[in-house]
Design a protein around this ligand. Structure first.
Ligand code: FES
Length: 181
């Protein structure tokens, strides 16, 4: 029988993983930090990552899959470099979030849940308040917030993200940053 090959992040980050697991009285308590570590390594959680985490913490893959599906920041599919999440809760809608959603879909040529063909941007819309209503309408860019958004500001945001990504790809490019948008 062929032996199962360890996924690369488990091998490469072996010490970090052990230290993380040892922080908790029970191995299974490390499941979320390990899932984040796995996602950081691949960009999303493939089946082999879920299986590896399950093995590391002594749970079944279906138990871990259940946890992954509960958390919106954990992803089972490849994502763009940047995820734009547009709040569609009432205060944001009253401030123009629906028109903004239409503008974003049109500009990117994709529907919510999809990623641009160049792999740069994933579009999401949420009906959960992003807890920044004083800045409505709000677009979350990965973990940062862009507030008081208008179609013009969205266009500038998209340009800035494209420029940041090109800079990062250039040989002497500086680190990209969605900050200050
Ligand atoms: S309703 Fe959009 S941030 Fe609260």
């Amino acid at each position: 029988m062929m032996e199962k090959q360890a996924v690369s992040w488990v091998v490469e980050r072996h010490e970090e993983i052990e230290a993380l697991i040892n922080r908790y009285p029970e191995r299974r308590s490390a499941v979320l930090p390990l899932l984040h570590l796995a996602q950081e390594a691949r960009g999303y959680l493939a089946t082999e990552d879920v299986e590896a985490v399950a093995e590391l913490v002594g749970m079944t893959p279906s138990e871990v899959t259940g946890i992954v599906s509960f958390y919106s920041l954990l992803h089972r599919q490849p994502r763009g470099r940047y995820t734009l999440t547009l709040c569609q809760n009432l205060p944001c809608v009253l401030a123009g979030a629906e028109a903004l959603a239409q503008h974003l879909r049109q500009r990117l040529g994709i529907a919510p849940g999809e990623t641009t063909p160049d792999g740069l941007l994933t579009l999401e819309e949420t009906h959960e308040c992003l807890a920044a209503c004083d800045g409505a309408p709000v677009v979350q860019v990965n973990l940062e917030y862009a507030t008081h958004m208008t179609p013009e500001k969205v266009d500038r945001l998209l340009e800035a993200l494209r420029a940041a990504s090109q800079e990062a790809a250039a040989p002497d490019g500086e680190e990209d940053d969605a900050g200050g948008l």
